[in-house]
Design a protein around this ligand. Sequence first.
Ligand SMILES: [Zn+2]
Length: 90
Amino acid sequence: MATISINGTTKQKARLDIDGFSYIKDRITNEKTYWRCINYSSQNCHSRLHTCIITNNIMKPATELSCKTDGTAIELRKFDEQIVYRALNT
Ligand SMILES: [Zn+2]
């Protein structure tokens, strides 16, 4: 089951969590939302998936991930991002 959270990241982008992996909203078309792996830039991971814009059901399952992540790593990264964000805005 996928969970979509609006403002799921410190960058105020929607996030989709599925099977322990996180995806960031990339772009939207008339019928689909495109998601890309949260480690897209940090680990050059090209995993993507598509969901239906109406039902939020997965239309195209996630492609293979090349990143290494687990829940702990995600929490640590979020923490780091928040510190950077604060440092930039004070
Ligand atoms: Zn990935």
